[in-house]
Design a protein around this ligand. Structure first.
Ligand code: PLP
Length: 286
């Protein structure tokens, strides 16, 4: 079955899907995106992802490409046409295409909207999570507006590639004071000896992850203590457990940070439990 992409009003085979070479997303990374998990054919936490998309667009002064209701229809149609039961839907909006100029194009330039969906092998993903992942730590060299989910992801890509070359799955950025900010494409968490869940406040240095927000809901429901405070790389290496959150990873345990094996080297019990319960609090949109 050939994969189908949505590009500016048309559903086309992925191999033929294209945008203009003067699209500002291509030339300036002048665009934003979202990724939602597809679980059992449903879009997970769509309301929060769409709210964050609108916030990202508004921070950059880019218009919504279509009405929210129409966008929801396009997301579902792209998922349906690609027959995704479990996987992800990726959607990206750029400021559109115009003659290359650092200054914004005319306000009536139509934004570009691209949507793709792809399945994941759930058994493989679950096996990976059950094994746990390794992370490396790298200095955070990104701009200060990481709260906006832009397509300007070169530092994140370089960090992930470095992780891969070192046999790790994720890279955690740390700031000038040695505090972990977040992963290249995930939020970072630790669990203290007292079983408190610790994650950096979303006010600075991180993207306010939707999975992070929903996990805070789950923790409240289960009477767990969440402390939104910065933690250092050293504290993480001595933590009882560590894990990452992201729409594509849900909650995935971390078993090694750089050369330090956490605890007994097995995924933490709390992380595994939270992963198992996550979808019972997340929003599922048909
Ligand atoms: N932080 C960064 C830099 C990310 O790229 C992502 C997801 O791609 C996240 C955090 C996690 O966000 P979410 O839970 O909304 O997927």
């Amino acid at each position: 079955m050939s994969r189908i992409a949505y590009v500016n009003g048309l559903y086309t085979p992925l191999r033929d899907a294209s945008v203009h070479i003067e699209d500002r997303g291509f030339q300036f990374a002048d665009g934003v995106y979202e990724v939602c998990e597809i679980f059992g054919g449903k879009i997970i936490d769509e309301t929060r992802h769409l709210a964050r998309l609108k916030r990202s667009l508004s921070e950059l002064g880019i218009r919504m490409p279509v009405e929210e209701g129409a966008l929801k229809v396009i997301l579902r149609e792209t998922v349906r046409r690609n027959r995704v039961r479990n996987g992800l839907v990726y959607f990206q909006v750029t400021r559109g295409s115009a003659r290359r100029d650092f200054v914004f194009p005319a306000a009536d330039t139509p934004p570009t909207l691209v949507v793709i969906a792809r399945p994941v092998d759930r058994a493989k993903v679950e096996a990976g999570a059950a094994a746990g992942i390794s992370v490396i730590t790298v200095p955070d060299n990104r701009w200060e507006r990481v709260d906006i989910k832009t397509t300007g992801l070169l530092p994140n890509s370089l960090a992930r590639q470095k992780a891969k070359l070192q046999g790790a799955r994720e890279a955690w950025f740390f700031d000038e004071d040695g505090y972990v900010t977040e992963g290249a494409a995930s939020n970072a968490w630790i669990v203290t000896k007292e079983n408190t869940l610790v994650t950096r406040p979303a006010e600075s240095g991180i993207l306010r992850g939707i999975t992070r927000t929903t996990l805070i809901d789950l923790a409240k429901r289960d009477n767990l203590i969440v402390s939104e405070r910065p933690f250092t790389v050293a504290e993480a290496k001595a933590a009882r457990e560590a894990f990452i959150t992201a729409a594509t990873a849900v909650i995935t345990p971390v078993i090694r940070i750089d050369d330090i094996v956490l605890g007994d080297g097995k995924p933490g019990a709390l992380a595994i439990k939270l992963r198992a319960h996550f979808h019972s609090v997340a929003e599922h949109s048909a």
